[in-house]
Design a protein around this ligand. Sequence first.
Ligand SMILES: O=C(O)c1cc(=O)[nH]c(=O)n1[C@@H]1O[C@H](COP(=O)(O)O)[C@@H](O)[C@H]1O
Length: 271
Amino acid sequence: MTFIEKLRNRWQQANSLVCVGLDPDPAKFPDAFVDDEDALFAFCRDIVDATAEFACAFKPQIAYFAAHNDGEAALQRLIAHINGNHPDVPVILDAKRGDIGSTAEQYAVEAFDRFGADAVTLNPYMGRDSAAPFLQRNDRGCVFLCHTSNPGARDFQELDVGSEPLYQRIARTIANDWNADGNCALVVGATFPGELKVIRGIVGDMPLLIPGVGAQGGDVEAVVRNGKTEDGTGLMINSSRGILYASNGADYAEAAANAAKSLRDEINRFR
Ligand SMILES: O=C(O)c1cc(=O)[nH]c(=O)n1[C@@H]1O[C@H](COP(=O)(O)O)[C@@H](O)[C@H]1O
């Protein structure tokens, strides 16, 4: 099954558009993990097991693992745990890769073969040949940055490149050219709901990964109304800190599950 098929099935089965972001920061871990040498894996595993029923996808952010000795091994085990125990939930490795073709080939092996991810986030800045090694793996998903959630998104992404801003050109090029095998998705920040509406108009029913609700202040209602497809899906609405650190007490896993469930329910009110 391809990434996109897995995602579409999951939207229906779980009745959820919530993407659970896995950004483990040991400074924010509950006390139970203070002396745990395997804390990165163990904390994320507990969050995954508690939130899986409310998740349409998991999105581990590679920097939170690679920043630590042995962190990449923890990430590898975590994705294996998800694939083994929650096989219906796709995994998007958030690595924002992008480089010349020969190097990009190695990044594709890293994401899809070493880590076993269903999809990876990619930076389109270096153009078509930098994306080709990922696009060729057409059972996997390529999730390209289009209009990001941060304030600096305006610096380049909104520059006029002729008849339109750069982020619209990116959306159009990916929808009309790079998506020949139907394995592309775009990242659009929840903090830019107007731009989200424009992008949805350009890309048809292409899936959109939407970070920026919760800790970054994006508005769930505006995201759903402006971003959903006609059938009420099309979105992977990510929350990382808002779910992971819902409680730093002994009830951290239960609190994370409740946070994921209430985000799912809030989203579903507007679908
Ligand atoms: O590609 C991403 O996931 C991403 C793109 C973007 O424009 N903004 C953004 O916040 N992200 C990621 O989404 C997550 C947001 O985390 P929270 O703000 O804690 O929900 C982090 O892992 C970011 O790296």
